[in-house]
Write a protein that binds this ligand. Structure first.
Ligand SMILES: Cc1cc2nc3c(=O)[nH]c(=O)nc-3n(C[C@H](O)[C@H](O)[C@H](O)COP(=O)(O)OP(=O)(O)OC[C@H]3O[C@@H](n4cnc5c(N)ncnc54)[C@H](O)[C@@H]3O)c2cc1C
Length: 347
């Protein structure tokens, strides 16, 4: 396994931003992962796990330790009555995995089509889109515990999933490296078509009873209209989470801000559209920092128009947060994970 020094991380992230990693390697199997971790230990360096780099903003001065890019490949299908169990390894491309399950006629992750990144990162923020969340089909997650050097299998409950969150995001669980995930997908499931855009697409195409393949087609077409193409534009997708408001607060908010799009999330909370907040309170022209900007077709998405630095994106995101807080009292939370030192970055 080759360990590179001062590897520019911009080429490993979809934002195309990020300074150098002091050390960098790719792990294609467990032995290489163990070797990488042993190397970090001998150097007394911290380690960072990277998948496809599509949910991170890495600081301009890079990362001080060893960055390990996960390349573990493979997937195995087995029969479980009207369900199929699929065990997929962490370095598999998420979207290629979705395409494979859809081609087999399986329901469960078809609405999560066209999300960039790897299988291994999917539980980290409990990826979700168009009414599906990965937590609903995960049976277990197998991890390598870098502290104990043991492989552990975590049940769905133990992963502590919630909206765009899991226990893997907690700072004291950074020792847990996802190796494999078992998914339980249905052969005779129902399409999740509750989103108006999805319904409109299906209606326009005259699709009455969509199978997983037709749902995937719909989702890809809708996403193409709204989101930048990562092969052309630097981005990490939605930069902020949609805020969750307690029902009582939500009720007041609706009175104060007529037309605010609030939707039932749980029995106790409603979800407010962060895109609406940004569109209404932060002008795209005014809210720009160097080459970092709000994406014109979807204000939740921040983009790098060629030469933005991490600092530009970070300052722009802070400005948006400050304005939204001032105008509405709502605190926006980053969905994208910032890695490295941003302490010198001020508005
Ligand atoms: C255009 C675009 C659209 C997007 N749309 C959506 C969407 O609809 N819904 C959604 O939920 N997200 C979306 N995202 C965000 C992103 O694609 C997902 O969060 C994805 O799961 C990140 O995968 P990754 O492999 O790139 O992770 P990375 O960005 O490489 O890493 C993200 C985090 O996961 C950790 N991590 C990665 N792999 C492992 C592992 N094997 N073990 C332990 N920790 C690990 C990293 O340390 C880091 O903290 C979008 C992003 C883009 C660019």
């Amino acid at each position: 396994m080759r360990i590179l020094e001062q590897e520019p991380l911009a080429k490993h992230t979809t934002f195309r931003i990020g300074g150098p990693a002091r050390y960098f390697c790719e792990a294609s199997n467990e032995a290489e992962l163990a070797e990488a971790l042993a190397f970090a230990e001998t150097k007394s360096a911290p380690f960072f796990i990277l998948g496809g780099g599509s949910n991170v903003l890495i600081a301009d001065n890079g990362l001080p330790g060893l960055v390990i890019k996960m390349r573990l490949r493979g997937k195995e299908y087995s029969d479980d009555g009207s369900f199929a169990r699929v065990i997929a390894h962490s370095g598999e491309s998420w979207d290629a995995f979705v395409a494979d399950t859809v081609a087999k006629g399986l329901y469960g992750i078809e609405n999560l089509s066209a999300i960039p990144g790897t299988v291994g990162a999917s539980p980290v923020q409990n990826i979700g889109a168009y009414g599906q969340e990965v937590k609903d089909v995960i049976e277990w997650v197998e991890v390598f515990d870098a502290d104990t050097k043991a492989v552990r299998r975590l049940s769905n409950d133990e992963c502590g999933f919630s909206y765009r969150h899991s226990m893997f995001k907690n700072e004291n669980n950074k020792n847990l490296i996802v190796l494999r995930i078992a998914f339980r997908l249905s052969r005779d499931g129902h399409p999740e078509r509750g989103y108006p855009e999805v319904e409109a697409y299906l209606e326009a195409k005259g699709i009455v009873a969509p199978n997983p393949a037709r749902m995937r087609e719909a989702i890809i077409a809708i996403r193409k209209q709204k989101l930048p193409d990562v092969s052309e534009t630097g981005t990490a997708g939605s930069f902020f989470k949609n805020p969750l408001l307690q029902k009582a607060h939500s009720h007041i908010f609706k009175h104060l801000f007529y037309g605010a799009p609030l939707h039932a999330h749980t029995e106790t909370h409603d979800k407010l559209s962060a895109a609406w907040l940004i569109r209404n309170f932060c002008g795209e022209k005014q809210f720009r920092c160097g080459d970092a900007a709000i994406y014109i077709r979807q204000p939740l998405v921040l983009v790098n128009h060629r030469r933005a630095r991490a600092q530009d994106v970070f300052i722009l995101a802070q400005k948006i947060k400050t304005r939204v807080k001032k105008e509405t009292g709502i605190t926006l939370e980053f969905e994208v994970q910032t890695l490295g030192d941003f302490s010198q970055t001020t508005i």
